[in-house]
Design a protein around this ligand. Structure first.
Ligand code: AMP
Ligand code: ZN
Length: 114
């Protein structure tokens, strides 16, 4: 989708601060970080929200989590703990409609979220 910010990052048209990339996923630093490490992990395939994830996407969505784990290890907070979250829709505060897993780590995180 040419009008999708994260598709334009996946295609290389817009260049974020990339942390990890392979054929299926791209991970880059959030422009407005909410923790010492705040990385967004996206599938290169456009999926608008959790509501549009199809059965055939299950393996791809799983790769977002294995990528989060690898980055948490690389950043050094895998053992201390971290949070992964995917917002879905307006009430959850989703602002970019191409699914993305937020990886937040490097500080004590409050629960419950707001
Ligand atoms: P969400 O509110 O869950 O849809 O998250 C969207 C995230 O994308 C926010 O945390 C934004 O700070 C982040 N974001 C928006 N534009 C950019 C950009 N150009 N580069 C990196 N992160 C971005
Ligand atoms: Zn997209």
């Amino acid at each position: 989708m040419t009008d999708c910010l994260f598709c334009n990052m996946a295609s290389g048209e817009i260049k974020p601060d990339i942390v990890f990339e392979n054929d299926a996923v791209l991970a880059f630093r959030d422009i407005n970080p909410q923790a010492p490490t705040h990385v967004l992990i996206i599938p290169k395939k456009h999926i608008t929200s959790i509501n549009e994830i199809q059965i055939e996407d299950e393996t791809l969505v799983g790769k977002l989590y294995t990528t989060a784990k690898a980055i948490a290890t690389q950043e050094g907070f895998a053992e201390d703990g971290y949070r992964v979250v995917m917002n879905c829709g307006e009430d959850a505060g989703q602002t970019v409609f191409h699914i993305h897993l937020h990886l937040l780590g490097g500080r004590q995180l409050a629960w419950p979220p707001g």
